[in-house]
Design a protein around this ligand. Structure first.
Ligand code: HEC
Ligand code: HEC
Length: 320
């Protein structure tokens, strides 16, 4: 009997030491690195692409990367005053600075980062920097053309942020849950705008990504297969805006808990002007997507008619 206890003790001890070693390893090695996929890629610069890239960036990149002076020199995302379980994180300086910004990235390196999440030094950009696996090649080109353009907000800023200090949780998640995405195997094309449903799906899941905020939980969002995200478009994702939590709305067509009794006009007003159907302002992090055209928002509406209704009542919280 004693012997059995002793052996069990050794085994448990062994497992505990392995767990401890594993935890120490993850803590000291930090966010993992990968080989940077090689890609032959050169951006096509033209005024139409630059304008479209700016439009996309204004909806998708500015929130995180715009500094107080209006330049895209980055900003604190989580840290003192805005604590998070992920540690201390700064959105990078993406002005054209040659050593601190995108000036040190080649076109191909930018494309690889935006598609896969692998930075030019091989380190994985954790989940707080979005990835764009389904963005069309043309829209990807537009974003990169814009980053290379002479737009004033992109001119070199020498803003240097403190180094990111991801928490143990963030490091662990980047080992077990979040991995770089594969580069697309062939061309990625946006659907034709005349195909309303497909076009609306493209805008809301690939280009502007309404679905990730409007599904249940960022940790359960499936970036490669958006429709497999838990509670797809059923809302309930929580946002801590520093003064209480605000939960996203159910955008499925459920009559009771979603948008089933809304009109298309009310939806367009909510999305483009940030006003709900009682003309009350929607709260951050929902923002007016004034840069989306009426036609694009109507296409999203058409797409939302086609996805499964979820009966999911949400207490959106009273924080302002
Ligand atoms: C939700 C916030 C968020 C959004 C939205 C966002 N980023 Fe980022 N981005 C970050 C953070 C945080 C980092 C730093 C990641 C790291 O190094 O750990 C980053 C890193 C980067 C880098 C790497 C910079 C470097 O020095 O290696 C580039 C380039 C970049 N982002 C471009 C973009 C573009 C272009 C968009 C819009 C299409 C965008 N980001 C949208 C948060 C965001
Ligand atoms: C950063 C996260 C985020 C993104 C991105 C986002 N939303 Fe929202 N949305 C929210 C939150 C949170 C609310 C709830 C706001 C409130 O209760 O005041 C909301 C509210 C709404 C509402 C109001 C619904 C109601 O019942 O009152 C609509 C409509 C909506 N969003 C549509 C969209 C569409 C379409 C997109 C993409 C173009 C989008 N949202 C992108 C977070 C987001």
């Amino acid at each position: 009997m004693k012997k059995v206890l002793k052996i069990t003790g050794y085994i448990l001890g062994g497992i505990l030491s392995l767990l401890l070693l594993g935890a120490l390893y993850i803590n000291f090695t930090g966010i993992p690195s990968y080989d940077v996929p090689s890609l032959n890629y050169h951006v096509q610069m033209d005024s139409q692409s630059i304008a479209e890239g700016k439009r996309i960036a204004s909806m998708v990149c500015f929130d995180c990367h715009r500094g107080e002076n209006g330049r895209l020199e980055g900003n604190m995302m989580f840290g003192p005053g805005n604590p998070s379980a992920f540690g201390e994180v700064y959105a990078a300086n993406i002005t054209q600075h040659k050593t601190l910004g995108t000036g040190r990235y080649s076109d191909a390196e930018l494309a690889v980062l935006l598609r896969t999440g692998i930075k030019r030094n091989g380190q994985y950009a954790p989940p707080w920097m979005p990835k764009f696996p389904h963005l069309s090649d043309q829209d990807l080109n537009s974003i990169i053309a814009y980053l290379r353009s002479d737009a004033p907000e992109l001119q070199a800023s020498d803003k240097q942020h403190p180094e990111n200090k991801p928490s143990f949780l963030a490091k662990l998640l980047c080992r077990v849950a979040f991995k770089p995405l594969p580069l697309p195997e062939g061309a990625v094309n946006a659907p034709d705008p005349s195909d309303r449903v497909a076009f609306g799906k493209y805008i809301s899941t690939a280009k502007v990504e309404c679905y990730s905020c409007h599904s249940l939980d960022f940790a359960k969002v499936d970036v490669m297969y958006p429709e497999q995200s838990e509670g797809y478009f059923g809302g309930g994702n929580g946002f801590d805006e520093g003064h209480g939590i605000i939960y996203s709305a159910n955008l499925t067509m459920d009559e009771e808990t979603g948008l089933g009794s809304w009109t298309e006009e009310q939806f367009v007003q909510a999305v483009r002007y940030g006003l709900d159907r009682n003309n009350q302002p929607l709260r951050q992090p929902m923002k007016p997507f004034g840069a989306l055209t009426v036609d694009e928002v109507k296409a999203i509406w058409a797409y939302l008619q086609t996805i499964p209704k979820l009966n999911h009542a949400i207490d959106r919280g009273t924080a302002q």
